[in-house]
Design a protein around this ligand. Sequence first.
Ligand SMILES: *[C@@H]1O[C@H](CO)[C@@H](O)[C@H](O)[C@H]1NC(C)=O
Ligand SMILES: *[C@@H]1O[C@H](CO)[C@@H](O)[C@H](O)[C@H]1NC(C)=O
Ligand SMILES: *[C@@H]1O[C@H](CO)[C@@H](O)[C@H](O)[C@H]1NC(C)=O
Ligand SMILES: *[C@@H]1O[C@H](CO)[C@@H](O)[C@H](O)[C@H]1NC(C)=O
Ligand SMILES: *[C@@H]1O[C@H](CO)[C@@H](O)[C@H](O)[C@H]1NC(C)=O
Ligand SMILES: *[C@@H]1O[C@H](CO)[C@@H](O)[C@H](O)[C@H]1NC(C)=O
Ligand SMILES: *[C@@H]1O[C@H](CO)[C@@H](O)[C@H](O)[C@H]1NC(C)=O
Ligand SMILES: *[C@@H]1O[C@H](CO)[C@@H](O)[C@H](O)[C@H]1NC(C)=O
Ligand SMILES: *[C@@H]1O[C@H](CO)[C@@H](O)[C@H](O)[C@H]1NC(C)=O
Ligand SMILES: *[C@@H]1O[C@H](CO)[C@@H](O)[C@H](O)[C@H]1NC(C)=O
Ligand SMILES: *[C@@H]1O[C@H](CO)[C@@H](O)[C@H](O)[C@H]1NC(C)=O
Ligand SMILES: *[C@@H]1O[C@H](CO)[C@@H](O)[C@H](O)[C@H]1NC(C)=O
Length: 856
Amino acid sequence: MGFGFFSSVLVFTLFFRPLVSQQPNTDEFFVSDFFKKMGLNYSSSVFDSSAPICSWEGVLCDDQEENVIGLVASGLGLSGFIPDSTIGKLGKLQTLDLSNNNITGLSSDLWGLGSTLKTLNLSNNHFSGFLPSNIGNFGVLENLDLSNNNFSGDIPASISSLSNLQVLKIDRNEFSGSIPPGILNCKSLVSIDLSYNQFNGTVPDGFGAAFPKLRTLNLAENGFHGRSSDFLGLKSIAYLNISGNMFQGSVMGVFQEPLEVIDLSRNQFQGHISQVHFNSSFNWSRLVYLDLSANELSGVFFQDLNQAKNLKHLNLAGNRFPEQEFPQIENLSNLEYLNLSRTSLTGSISTAISQLGELTVLDLSENHFTGRIPFLRTDNLQVIDVSQNNLTGEIPFPLLEKLPHMKKFNFSYNNLTLCASNFKPETLQTAFIGSQDSCPIAANPDLFRRKTTTHKGLKLSLAITVSIVCLLVGLLCLAFGCRRKTRRWASKQLSFKEEPNISGPFSFQTDSTTWVADVKHANSVPVVIFEKPLLNFTFADLLSATSHFDRGTLLADGRFGPVYRGFLPGGIHVAVKVLVHGSTMTDHEAAKELEYLGRIKHPNLVPLTGYCLAGDQRIAIYDYMENGNLQNLLHDLPLGVQTTEDWSTDTWEEDNNNGIQNVGSEGLLTTWRFRHKIALGTARALSFLHHGCSPPIIHRDVKASSVYLDSNLEPRLSDFGLAKIFGNGLEDEISRGSPGYVPPEFSQAEDGSPTPKSDVYGFGVILFELITGKKPIADDYPEEKDITLVNWVRGLVRKNQGSSAIDPKIRGTGSETQMEEALRIGYLCTADHPWKRPSMQQIVGLLKDIEPVVHP
Ligand SMILES: *[C@@H]1O[C@H](CO)[C@@H](O)[C@H](O)[C@H]1NC(C)=O
Ligand SMILES: *[C@@H]1O[C@H](CO)[C@@H](O)[C@H](O)[C@H]1NC(C)=O
Ligand SMILES: *[C@@H]1O[C@H](CO)[C@@H](O)[C@H](O)[C@H]1NC(C)=O
Ligand SMILES: *[C@@H]1O[C@H](CO)[C@@H](O)[C@H](O)[C@H]1NC(C)=O
Ligand SMILES: *[C@@H]1O[C@H](CO)[C@@H](O)[C@H](O)[C@H]1NC(C)=O
Ligand SMILES: *[C@@H]1O[C@H](CO)[C@@H](O)[C@H](O)[C@H]1NC(C)=O
Ligand SMILES: *[C@@H]1O[C@H](CO)[C@@H](O)[C@H](O)[C@H]1NC(C)=O
Ligand SMILES: *[C@@H]1O[C@H](CO)[C@@H](O)[C@H](O)[C@H]1NC(C)=O
Ligand SMILES: *[C@@H]1O[C@H](CO)[C@@H](O)[C@H](O)[C@H]1NC(C)=O
Ligand SMILES: *[C@@H]1O[C@H](CO)[C@@H](O)[C@H](O)[C@H]1NC(C)=O
Ligand SMILES: *[C@@H]1O[C@H](CO)[C@@H](O)[C@H](O)[C@H]1NC(C)=O
Ligand SMILES: *[C@@H]1O[C@H](CO)[C@@H](O)[C@H](O)[C@H]1NC(C)=O
């Protein structure tokens, strides 16, 4: 109480001394009255209250020291409403900066300053409510900063009167609605910041052309819609940030000069990133900052990026890129931030990364990298995240040494070894260990074992040792939990079989289905392996080979049912296909049919290795195809969508000596010769089924995901003959085929049963996919919408423009005439009328005619 009294007396005396000299209705009076009423504490402010106001720091007067023309009162703890008859009376005021205070409202007479005010800075206060349309009075205003307040409602249309406005900064408010078209009159704008509001709608038509001087545009964190082309024509634009909105379509339009900073992150941009490449007039060397993360971009990285030699920040994370190798970055020597997390990268981490001496943040998490972490320049490195890959080996020494001095590092979910002891177990927990649900393990158990022996004795170390042992146990559990089958693991699992009588019925779940194997004793249900009749496998072996049909071993959840991966005793690597939906066939008929399919052998067919009849379930066992299927290799799918059997990044096998397996099969798909080889192999397989078997076998589900590549990269067709075993009851559903591959006759009631010619149609679609690189449906077909691959290509072939459909990846890797000819073969195969389509035998002949010459 007493203190409060004392201080208000102090304020009073300090304040009233200068006031004596102030005449009413002078600018000096208005200013000091303003400060008084807004609660200025002179003793904590920079103002010397005894001096004339015109000499105060932050107060600018005209030459006669009569009129205040500038008032900068930032961060003085001013609070409340600005009262009338204070600063609103400063008739010559040009600059008013009241930023960083606690002001809640404007006096109505302030709008009278319209003819003089050039700068109004009210940022960082507590203003709220609508922005009055009186703002339009400020005809000479150049800078308007209302950021970080609580203004709401629309931007008043009267903003169109601010023809001299250069800086419009109203970010971090609650503004909503769309940008009024009147803003296009503000032709002097150099900088617009509308970020962190609730705006929606599109930017007004003609936006790009309206602002020839605009250098900075920030629309981040709103609800804007639109396309990148909305920004075309901004002649001076250097900074563009539209992060966190709902922009769609291609990103191409954005890449225009003289942009230096581009942030398009967290929008809905789609289409091939390489479209950017086609705007070749863009000057990459200006680019400093590029963030395209968290969109839906696909396609392969464009090499132009490597010309951006001044680039400091590159973020492509979280898009829908197909599997591809590390982008070329060796020329980006100024890069400080590199984020390629979740970009479907395969192969090893490019050693070019060791050129990046300025690198501060490196995020390569959630890819499919294999091999070792390359040497890194660690001088500036603060953050490294390589988690959720398949990296192996030790962490390179210079990096290891740097770790304790870094802000953040994460190596978990890999198979990396850590050979250092200066980390606390808690650190290791977070940086090196995966959780129970996911794979693979991160640290090397041997290391922890070694630690337990060397550190025995000391009490403290013992405590650590105990936790390390727990860790070790955890790791081993993890390793088993993961059920990564190396042959070593498989042989260990033989012990499973020794358990007497595992009793059923067994029930298993996948995301899409639950299936039950109604068997009493797993040991008494035989598994037939055609080539090894003496081995007496049982359902119990299948259980152990697939870790009880664990989800972790699931390769695909296909239309016939789930497919699991497993190792049968003796290292037989198999894919186990459960034909879940039951069948009207008796066990005997099914067995006969499977035995028959087991005898069908062709170098371009995936061999059926064996089968098992477990209760109602027919289980087909196939040779495991090391190099994945064509759909995956050609298009790939976004991470985490398991609709196809993703075997392509598989590197967990022991090395086999032919050295072909898993080495860059994706890369091979970029030549015409290899694509032709796949087409011909697949055609041979179908020709064999149609013409070499009696009775002919109709595949009924010819599609890219049924074509696999074996360890010698030979194409092999899978799933032949299954539709029959799958059951008559569901035959209709199956014969409808997979979307994009269904021949037109199936949609006509009279002629809807599968024939060899319906297989031919499916093959035609695959041929189109091989040559165009596009998916059969829902891909991006230039200049066409709501159309299928077949209609698109057929249209082009008819117009003799087939060559424009050729996948840019294979263009130039062979004869374009041959590729066009192949499109014409596809054209024949996809004829509307089945009788117009050639036979598979004829197709093999046609394809052989255009076989690329093998140069020795
Ligand atoms: C004014 O500022 C001084 C120094 O910061 C402080 O001690 C005093 O309590 C303040 N007075 C009021 C009324 O806030
Ligand atoms: C604004 O007022 C709040 C209380 O309403 C206070 O905590 C804060 O320190 C004030 N800020 C300034 C800059 O005076
Ligand atoms: C307004 O004031 C704030 C804080 O003093 C400053 O950071 C900002 O640049 C000013 N705005 C303009 C447009 O000058
Ligand atoms: C902003 O204004 C709204 C009403 O328009 C009010 O509900 C909200 O509490 C205010 N927020 C702040 C931080 O003042
Ligand atoms: C924008 O948001 C408002 C509510 O804030 C809504 O009424 C209006 O329909 C939205 N407009 C568009 C184009 O989404
Ligand atoms: C773009 O705006 C977002 C949201 O304010 C921000 O996080 C990001 O850093 C900005 N980008 C650039 C390049 O300034
Ligand atoms: C390509 O870039 C140039 C120069 O930056 C620009 O003028 C042009 O509009 C852009 N074209 C497209 C299609 O985006
Ligand atoms: C591209 O930009 C750089 C840096 O601004 C400049 O030196 C160079 O001349 C430009 N190149 C072209 C072709 O405009
Ligand atoms: C990378 O730099 C080298 C040497 O400066 C140059 O020859 C090469 O063309 C550059 N690559 C790209 C893609 O710009
Ligand atoms: C990389 O980008 C993703 C997606 O924008 C983001 O979630 C992640 O935090 C970034 N990583 C780092 C280290 O900045
Ligand atoms: C982990 O890597 C080591 C080599 O560093 C290799 O011997 C081992 O098989 C790998 N483990 C798994 C589960 O892949
Ligand atoms: C690691 O390899 C395994 C087996 O080859 C594979 O299933 C898994 O998807 C890979 N993990 C990543 C993150 O690529």
